[in-house]
Design a protein around this ligand. Structure first.
Ligand code: UDP
Length: 165
């Protein structure tokens, strides 16, 4: 009887997927979404948005000391992104595997059927993002969609409020 209460979500895991500016501007969105659905993911939430320098630096804070950081921020802020919450068993690992390795040139050789092999250009412009762990997934989903259950406030609401005071 307890199981029936949760059966709709039993075994499901959530991860954050993002089509980066090169993927959106290169018209790869439909192809990528088809691959996502064909691989058995559900798309639980979806938003088209864009980063500014501030939100991009917060999203990629773990890379702030890396040599590629400035270039990464410039790249990720250059256009619209499509952010999705994907749902399926083993979603975090399975989306990472469908994306392929970080370096799109390497992906073309070692994982030719991956999304980065199809749409990516190099180690920076690699077309898609995916959370690298369950913990990152929770943080990144809350970053874009809020996490009302833990009492935090959505950034867009915060921005709105800070504009009022
Ligand atoms: N990146 C880069 N140069 C590098 C490594 C990474 O420009 O040498 C960019 C690339 O867009 C990558 C993002 O920084 O997707 C985040 O890096 P991470 O190592 O977390 O790779 P991912 O988890 O996205 O495969």
């Amino acid at each position: 009887p307890v199981r029936s209460l949760t059966s709709g979500n039993a075994g499901k895991e959530r991860t954050l997927a993002m089509i980066k500016p090169d993927g959106v501007s290169g018209n790869h969105t439909e192809k990528i979404k088809e691959a996502i659905l064909e691989s058995g993911f559900g798309i639980a939430k979806e938003i088209v948005t864009s980063f500014n320098e501030d939100s991009a630096s917060r999203f990629y804070a773990e890379h702030s000391l890396k040599k590629f950081f400035v270039s990464l921020i410039k790249y990720i802020t250059r256009g619209q992104v499509l952010v999705m919450v994907l749902e399926k068993e083993n979603a975090v690992a399975d989306w990472r595997s469908l994306m392929g390795p970080t370096d799109a040139q390497e992906a073309k050789i070692s994982h030719p059927n991956s999304i980065r092999a199809m749409c990516g250009l190099n180690i920076e412009q690699n077309c898609v993002h995916g959370s690298d762990s369950l913990q990152s997934a929770r943080r990144e989903i809350a970053f874009f969609f809020g996490d009302m259950s833990s009492g935090s406030v959505n950034f867009s609401i915060l921005n709105y409020i800070s504009g009022l005071i």
